[in-house]
Design a protein around this ligand. Structure first.
Ligand code: ASP
Length: 401
């Protein structure tokens, strides 16, 4: 159980960071180095943690059949909740019409955008999932590739029936060790979170927000609605958990996601909070959470729908109902394809815009405020993974409170 003191310290660090950022402006970037070090420490944990926890998780499942069962439940949960998120985004952007209330002069000032990723070929994703060389996948932080290898590795160990026992034990120890180290890193989370907040606020300031206030509000209203009306309701009904207690126990992960903008960097904290604070079994967490951090992004999908329709409104493009549905499906796929790293959602937005031929220059308009929206959508992404782990654990018959 994370001591309450740490929760309070992190909360204090967020508030103080925002205050100092406003006070110092761009010179608050002197704190950046501490924030970056915090991110690097967490990143350092990700690959060994993902590998060891998935292998241990699969071994605990006992059979490949059980793995298939858990996998099917996890995928279904992730796809359905992400689709719901896109519909909420669609509703929010149609009701609030941010593009109609935004100053059209903005179009003139749009920064040219470098489009780096312009296709979501399924073949590309498949190639990433199946690494050619596991050591390259490990060193290049190819999380999907490492998940695939670890699943195979775990299945192989189970089928060695008994002979793999010693190796399983070693990997179990490695997993415990990684969680212990994560625990230590979290002791300096208040410093990391403070530094990240101060430098972000100092760099961004308030001026960048003004022309895009309505657009930002639409994304935020959508994210809050998805949290309150979908995720927390699911937590309450199917997770049999009080939403307030859920948010409190997941707070270290919420604060880390909010300040680092990365589901993958947050993964060690998400797993620690789920296991230690919430009581979800390692068996479920070790499979559902790493998969979620890479493919389940409710916040990103919702954001992409709002952003795409906002761009259409701004450029005066009338979208038919079926085009809007195409945007929902494209956003869901783009969010699955987005890596759990900062600004990944902005990059894969290009795919969504292309799906209905919207002007790609629109992405340039959104750059100035992307950092702040990324903080919020990453938080929702991580909470989506946490609610998924909770619900799947209940479906698997786990009892905890
Ligand atoms: N930063 C997000 C995440 O890591 C992805 C995005 O840019 O939307 O979950």
């Amino acid at each position: 159980m994370v001591p309450m003191k740490l929760h309070t310290q992190i909360l204090f660090a967020i508030v103080l960071g925002i205050f100092v950022g406003f006070l110092l402006g761009p010179s608050a970037s002197m704190f950046q180095v501490f924030g970056d070090l915090f991110i690097r420490l967490l990143r350092m944990m990700v690959i060994p943690l993902v590998f060891s926890s998935i292998v241990v998780g699969v071994c605990n499942l006992g059979s490949v059949k059980n793995l298939g069962h858990l996998g099917a439940r996890t995928f279904s949960y992730y796809i359905v909740t992400t689709l719901v998120a896109t519909f909420i985004g669609l509703l929010a952007v149609n009701i609030m019409q941010p593009g109609k209330g935004t100053d059209q002069n903005l179009l003139m000032s749009s920064a040219p955008v470098q489009v780096t990723q312009d296709s979501l070929a399924l073949a590309d994703i498949a190639m990433e999932i199946v690494p050619e060389n596991i050591f390259v996948a490990l060193t290049e932080d190819n999380v999907l590739g490492v998940i695939f290898f670890s699943l195979l590795f775990g299945c192989g160990l189970i089928s060695l029936s008994g002979k793999g026992g010693r190796l399983t034990e070693v990997i179990e120890n490695l997993n415990d060790l990684m969680l212990k180290l994560t625990n230590w890193i979290m002791l300096i989370a208040p410093i990391g979170v403070f530094s990240l907040m101060a430098s972000i606020v100092g760099k961004t300031g308030l001026t960048a927000f003004k022309p895009l206030v309505l657009y930002m509000s639409t994304v935020l209203v959508g994210l809050v609605a998805h949290l309150g009306l979908v995720l927390l309701v699911i937590v309450f009904i199917w997770g049999k958990y009080s939403p307030a207690v859920f948010l409190k126990r997941m707070f270290p992960a919420i604060a880390t996601a909010f300040s680092t903008n990365s589901s993958v960097v947050t993964l060690p904290v998400t797993m620690e909070s789920l296991e230690k604070n919430m009581g979800v079994s390692k068996r479920v967490v070790s499979f559902v959470a790493p998969l979620g951090a890479t493919i389940n992004m409710d916040g990103t999908a919702l954001y992409e729908v709002v952003a795409a329709v906002f761009i259409a409104q701004l450029y005066g493009v009338d979208l038919s109902f079926s085009q809007q549905l195409v945007i929902c499906v494209a956003s869901m796929l783009a969010s699955i394809g987005a890596a759990g790293i900062p600004s990944a959602g902005l990059v894969t937005l290009v795919i969504v815009l292309k799906s209905v031929n919207l002007p790609l220059e629109g992405v340039g308009l959104l750059l100035a405020v992307d950092r702040v929206l990324d903080m919020c959508r990453t938080t929702i992404n991580v909470l989506g993974d946490a609610s998924g782990s909770l619900v799947i654990a209940r479906l698997e018959g786990e009892r905890f409170s």
